[in-house]
Design a protein around this ligand. Structure first.
Ligand SMILES: Cc1cc2nc3c(=O)[nH]c(=O)nc-3n(C[C@H](O)[C@H](O)[C@H](O)COP(=O)(O)O)c2cc1C
Length: 233
């Protein structure tokens, strides 16, 4: 059976915080809409406030913990650490990684989740998924959360520095690059800067400071555009 393209949406609620202790904080969803999804672990893309995020989702009863037999939908978002309780997430399944299983220790479960994350990153890095499609629809309809892009220049740069660890030189290069691509509107350009930094964070698989030589940065910018040719045509 194919799972890609299955969509669901749900509100983020407090879990038991076990995931956080294991090093894999998860957004636990109460479903608003859901198709019948077999228990298992999936690579997903998630729309959150007009931004596209990638993650790994577990659907099932978490048999390792035998304390609760209700079905849960939990997503570990890659390269993302904000608290988002109460928010609605729209989720689309990209691929299935494996079936849910019972592990004899939490350590084994954690090792397996690390492997799940590695495989998902590999898949997302190797496939030209339509990373920003939902985001663009939102932008066109003006529903986006625009508070960040409307910040003053310095505050916007400081946001990028704090959230993604870019220094001024890297920031200026990214900004100039999008300008050269014809995105002269500053708000549209800031949208692209943020989307690009999120993209790099996911593909590189870390929340650490983003470091790249000039050539590497251009390479990443080019591969980012590959996902979204229409924007630049
Ligand atoms: C990618 C991923 C895969 C998971 N796979 C399993 C699994 O195979 N078996 C299992 O019992 N729990 C699995 N879990 C669920 C964890 O047990 C769960 O995240 C943990 O209990 C934390 O729950 P909490 O958010 O309510 O604190 C998985 C979670 C994630 C994010």
């Amino acid at each position: 059976m194919r799972y890609d393209g299955i969509k669901l949406s749900g509100r983020v609620v407090h879990g038991r915080q076990i995931g956080k202790k294991m090093g894999f904080p998860t957004a636990n969803l109460i479903m608003c809409t859901a198709e019948n999804i077999p228990f298992g672990v999936y690579g997903v893309r998630v729309m959150y406030q007009g931004r596209m995020l990638l993650g790994v989702m577990n659907v099932g009863t978490r048999p390792t913990f035998e304390d609760d037999s209700s079905v849960s939908y939990e997503i570990h978002l890659l390269g993302f650490s904000q608290m988002i309780y109460g928010e609605i997430l729209e989720v689309e399944i990209c691929f299935m990684l494996r079936e849910e299983r019972r592990f004899s220790s939490v350590k084994e479960l954690v090792m397996q989740i690390e492997e799940d994350v590695r495989r998902a990153q590999q898949f997302f890095g190797n496939n030209e998924i339509d990373f920003f499609h939902w985001g663009k629809e939102r932008r066109i309809h003006g529903e986006n959360d625009n508070s960040i892009v409307h910040l003053m220049d310095l505050a916007f740069f400081q946001h990028c520095e704090r959230e993604y660890g870019v220094n001024k030189g890297v920031y200026n290069t990214i900004d100039a690059w999008f300008y050269e691509q014809g995105i002269t509107n500053i708000l549209a350009r800031r949208q692209e800067v943020v989307s690009f930094l999120q993209y790099v964070g996911v593909i590189k698989g870390s929340n650490e400071r983003l470091r790249f030589g000039r050539g590497k940065l251009r390479e990443m910018l080019t591969s980012y555009v590959k996902f979204d040719e229409r924007q630049f045509s």
